[in-house]
Design a protein around this ligand. Sequence first.
Ligand SMILES: [Cu+2]
Length: 128
Amino acid sequence: MQNFIPNLALGRLRFSLIVVLGCIVLAFLNPAQAQQPIATLQIETSAICGMCKNRLETELGFLRGIKSATLNLDTKVLTVVYKTNRLKPDSIREKIASLGYRADSVPAEPKAFEALPACCQAEGLHHP
Ligand SMILES: [Cu+2]
């Protein structure tokens, strides 16, 4: 009997500990994901065709912090959803420029532009 009571107390302590730890884990898992600072950015590009679209969407997809990148071929506007704690709008524009495309007021890098297939250069380096 003398042994039984401390064991029971210990059992309850363990149970409480598990409950408390469980709550802490849950508190860290759920809101942490909900709180990720996400923003949407629209960037005007000098993209021309479906190849440009694939190139921009694929390459930006590899960039850490990009959730999605979608080019509208009619407007040439690239919509980027990104994590604001990982990327700044200007670093996204610079990435686009490094692929050979103008991004808003950031001009395309000439070397990257020259490396594009001829059809993607059809409108010239400085086309709007
Ligand atoms: Cu193209």
